[in-house]
Design a protein around this ligand. Structure first.
Ligand SMILES: Nc1ncnc2c1ncn2[C@@H]1O[C@H](COP(=O)(O)OP(=O)(O)OP(=O)(O)O)[C@@H](O)[C@H]1O
Ligand SMILES: [Mg+2]
Length: 263
């Protein structure tokens, strides 16, 4: 695995991040999370339903902003960016696979995949080619012109993954990317994610499945919006919890030891 982020480059840093929803009774969906992800790291996020996994992903993916704390993506403080800059960061560097796919129902698979290429000057032909390449990569080369309603749940999930990759993101966030898949398709999707990670892409994957989490090098456990524990499954130590440090040394400060729970 691409666990050689030994130069200490930090892909994502969260410092005391919180997200509170102001309802009649405030909901602390994410609370006081400090975490750094090294460039090229592969991290799974686990936790019970409602523990804040999707909220955390949305914050890191710049789809939502924290009510407390700071987030840095690739060294840039997200809160200092304008809406347009944030949209550009999201559009050019981050690939997001949503828990609910969010495919456009009236567009074909190929059109859905090429949709995020708005930040590219590519002509339509190039977009179509790019969409075809990615759909082939996820095993849907024969479904380019199908609408989402003409695809199975697992196929829609794969279109969503292809779409997340269309801009060659450095960071891929996937919320339950195998949630609706049979074991074989799950393994195919995970192999694809491992391949991306081997190419240097930083990955953060939410899952309920231990089998999926074990593809990762680290498992972050959330409970009631709080970071409970970080488990290191491989040798890599490029993911850590605790205070964010300026400069290098991503793997040193505030790091938990492996819990030894890896089987
Ligand atoms: N827009 C919102 N307004 C108010 N509360 C919200 C909102 N979105 C989420 N929450 C609450 O925040 C908490 C965390 O939700 P979140 O979707 O992050 O959980 P999750 O860990 O992804 O759960 P699941 O495994 O079911 O997808 C939940 O208690 C949820 O009810
Ligand atoms: Mg969720």
């Amino acid at each position: 695995m691409a666990s050689d982020a030994r130069d200490g480059s930090i892909a994502v840093a969260l410092e005391n991040v919180g997200r509170t929803y102001q309802l009649a009774k405030p909901v602390h969906a994410v609370e006081d999370v400090s975490l750094t992800l090294g460039e090229g790291s592969f991290t799974a996020v686990m936790g019970p339903s409602g523990s804040g996994k999707s909220t955390l992903m949305n914050l890191i993916g710049c789809l939502d902003t924290p009510t407390e704390g700071r987030i840095e993506i690739g060294g840039r403080s997200v809160e200092t960016l304008s809406d347009a800059q944030r949209a550009r960061l999201r559009g050019t560097e981050i690939g997001f696979v949503f828990q609910t796919f969010n495919l456009m129902p009236r567009l074909t698979a190929a059109e859905n995949v090429s949709l995020p290429m708005v930040f590219h000057d590519a002509v339509d032909q190039d977009r179509r080619e790019r969409a075809r390449t990615l759909l082939e990569r996820v095993g849907l080369g024969d479904r380019l012109d199908h609408a989402p309603s003409e695809l199975s749940g697992g196929q829609r999930q794969r279109v969503a993954l292809a779409r997340a990759l269309v801009n060659d993101p450095t960071l891929v966030l996937a919320d339950e990317p195998t949630g609706n898949l049979d074991t074989d398709t799950e393994a195919e999707i995970m192999d694809l994610l491992v391949e991306l990670n081997d190419e240097g892409t930083t990955l953060l994957v939410v899952t309920h499945e231990r089998t999926v989490a074990e593809y990762a090098d680290h498992v972050v456990h959330l409970l009631d919006g709080r970071l409970e524990d970080v488990e290191h499954l491989g040798e890599a130590r490029d993911v850590s919890v605790g205070e964010v440090i300026e400069g290098d040394g991503a793997g040193e400060i505030g790091e938990l030891d492996g819990t030894g729970e890896s089987s």
